[in-house]
Every structure is written in C-alpha cells, then in structure tokens.
Design a protein around this ligand. Structure first.
Ligand code: SF4
Ligand code: SF4
Length: 383
C-alpha cells in the first residue's frame, strides 16, 4: 500500500498565456500551451482534487485573469470546500471583477510588485503602465476588503527597492511576500540572480522588518523556501519550521496542459508524474513510487553541500529547485542560511556581509531593527 500523503495545496497554472513579458518569469509565459485544459476538464480536475483530500488551490498563470472561466473554476473550488487563492500580475481587470472575486471568499489575492519605482517595475515586467495598473488593482481590492497581498520577486535589478517597497506598503493592511528569482526562465540572464550574500541580506531585511513593525502594520514573510535553519534569524518563511521540500508530499502543481509535478518551479519534464487529463489526479498522487525525489529521500542522496549536515534528516537537502539551479543536483542547496552563516563566520564571504558580520557579532534582539538601515538605498553596489 502506498504511504498516505495529505495534499495541503495545489498550485494550478490555468494558462501559460500572459499579457506581460516579465524578465524573471520561470515559465517564460507569453503564449498559451498548444493544448490547455478546457472548462469542463478543469471542473473535473476540481472534483478529483477534492477526492484526493486537497485543502486549497492557488490559481495562477501565465496570467489567470486571461481565462474567462477563472470565476467558474474558482467557484467550483469553493463549492467543494477547498480554499482558494489567486495569483495575478494585476494588470488584467475591468471594474466588475472585484465584486466577483469577493463572492469567491478567497483566502488570498496576490499581486506582483517588483519595485516602488514605476519605471523599474515596468521594465522588469515588460509593459509600460504595468505599475499603474497593478496599483489600481491593489487599491480596488482594498476597497472591497479583499485579502490582498503583494509578491515581490527579488534579483540584482531590484534588491535595493526593498526598503522603498516597505515604505510603500506599510500601514495599508497589505501582506507582503518576498521571494527570490530562479534561473529557469528563458528571458532572464543568470547574471541577475542573487549571490549568497545578497540572498542572506534579503533574509536580514525581512527579519529587520518583522522586528520594526507589528504584523498589523506590515505583515511580511519570505517565500516558503527562502532561507532556513539559521543560527541567528527566526524562520523568515511561511513555515514555522522548515521540514524540507514538500513537493509531492504536501503540495503539487498542475500545468495548463494537465501535467502534474510536485513543484511548478522545477520546470523540467523529468519531474512530470502524470497528466490529470489522462489519469485522475488522486491516482497520480497515490501511485506507489510517485514523487520519488522527495518521498523516497534517503540521507545517501544528499550532495556535497548537505552531506553530514546535522539538519539533513529534517531538511532533506533544502529546496530542490534552488539546488538544481545552482548545482545541477537534488538535495544539495547551497543557499540555506545555515551554510551561508558558516561561511560568514569563517570569513569566507566578502562584503557586504563582512560589514554585517561586525554587527551580527554584537547581535541582540534589541538592536536588530538597525539592520533595516542597510536597506536605506545607500548601500553601494558590488563591483
Ligand atoms: S546544508 Fe543542506 S541539509 Fe543542511 S540545512 Fe543546509 S540545505 Fe539543509
Ligand atoms: S523545490 Fe523548492 S520551491 Fe519547489 S516545493 Fe520544493 S522547496 Fe518549494
């Protein structure tokens, strides 16, 4: 008998079509896939997800509002008693969608905002006027008391926007999720990916925000896979405690052609477990031997970065997407805070963390908010 895995959440790419051309888009969205799930097929998948015991569905794209049946699919998700989230670029909206969205009682409506500077946001998103449209979207969600949140994807082009975004968002009842860009997308130069110091700095920034602002003023979180097992920082991510990659053990992704993967960020056909149009989702989920890269993890699978780590059993070698992107291997994430901190204290990482190190040595809960000053916009760029 296969082991029983409770499916907490499915991230569902409703379409690969998108009106924007975001530089960092991991799925290089733009045009539709040659075959995309029809409305009837989508409703059937909703029923299959319920039968699997799925707790919640996050509808995304591409841009999900380009599908006119988003509301019908969202309504079915809710009728079946599953939670609903919608992730959008916030630029495709008529005035009528906000009341319709509200009727779906979503758990979250997440909008992408990558910079407080409109010109920079538009440049990253590949459309003039994107910032203005997304800002209207956020304002209208707030007017309708929708649970709106902002997602910022950080890379070298916008890391210095974090402090300005913080100032733009604070006190407005907007939850803020900070995540880092991956290297899967075809439009994104890998030169723009954060190095380990910058990645760690994002964790410090989140921690500093959390210490400076009460959650009612600025609820800020890192993406679920942003740093973990730190000796110094509280867990900055969604999870209270990092227990390894949940792809295929608690979460799954569905592509707009029905392909099922543990994680859509691992955008590689090697990880396709089946197709929800051909095989009911619950059969794919419950198949013995499915999602073997997480369900079948053994310590011996860890790469050199993780072998021997005291966290290995629980951590399972960190985020597999990051691990693959940076090392080409699974279970070998070089961006966990645990290993970055080891290098900081061994003096192997250069500035700006060298500067931080001095402060970290004198770290106490009381003085931590001062680290927020590093993000005042005055930080020098690395040569
Ligand atoms: S070294 Fe590997 S196993 Fe240890 S905490 Fe980091 S990612 Fe996890
Ligand atoms: S591969 Fe990384 S991003 Fe994907 S589910 Fe696992 S931890 Fe999350």
């Amino acid at each position: 008998m296969p082991e029983n895995y409770n499916l907490a959440c499915v991230v569902w790419e409703l379409t690969l079509a998108c009106n924007l051309k975001c530089l960092h888009c991991g799925s290089t969205a733009g045009g539709k896939r040659s075959r995309e799930i029809t409305t009837e097929e989508a409703l059937k998948i909703c029923a299959d997800l319920k039968k699997t015991g799925c707790g919640g569905v996050a509808l995304m794209g591409g841009e999900p509002f380009l599908r006119k049946d988003l509301f019908k699919i969202g309504a079915r998700v809710r009728e079946l008693g599953m939670e609903l989230s919608v992730i959008t670029n916030g630029t495709v909206h008529g005035d009528d969608i906000f009341k319709k969205l509200k009727a779906l009682t979503p758990r979250a409506v997440a909008v992408s905002l990558d910079a407080a500077d409109p010109a920079l946001h538009d440049k990253i998103r590949g459309m003039e006027g994107a910032f203005a449209k997304s800002s209207v979207f956020i304002d209208r969600c707030l007017e309708e008391s929708l649970p709106v949140s902002v997602i910022t994807t950080v890379h070298k082009m916008n890391i210095l926007e974090l402090a300005k975004l913080r100032d733009l968002l604070k006190g407005r009842g907007i939850a803020w999720q900070v995540q880092t860009a991956g290297g899967e997308g075809g439009r994104f130069s890998k030169d723009f990916l954060l190095d380990r110091e910058e990645f760690y700095s994002v964790g410090l920034f989140i921690e500093a925000c959390r210490r400076e602002f009460r959650p009612e003023e600025l609820p800020v979180i890192g993406a679920h896979d942003l740093g973990y097992n730190s000796l110094l920082l509280n867990n900055v991510s969604l999870y209270e405690k990092w227990e390894g990659c949940q792809a295929g053990t608690a979460v799954a992704g569905i592509r707009s052609n029905g392909d099922v993967l543990g994680c859509l960020s691992m955008n590689d056909d090697r990880f396709v477990e089946g197709n929800a149009l051909e095989t009911p989702f619950y059969e794919i989920w419950n198949r013995a031997g499915a999602f073997s890269h997480t369900r079948g993890f053994k310590k011996e699978h860890a790469g050199a970065n993780c072998a021997g780590c005291l966290h290995l059993e629980a951590c399972k070698g960190g985020c597999n997407e990051m691990s693959l992107m940076k090392t080409g291997a699974l279970h070998n994430d070089p961006y966990c805070f645990c290993s970055i901190e080891k290098e900081i204290f061994a003096g192997e990482l250069d500035s700006p963390v060298k500067k931080l190190k001095m402060r970290l040595h004198g770290l106490s809960r009381g003085n931590f908010p001062r680290l927020g000053g590093l993000f005042s916009g005055k930080r020098k760029k690395k040569k």
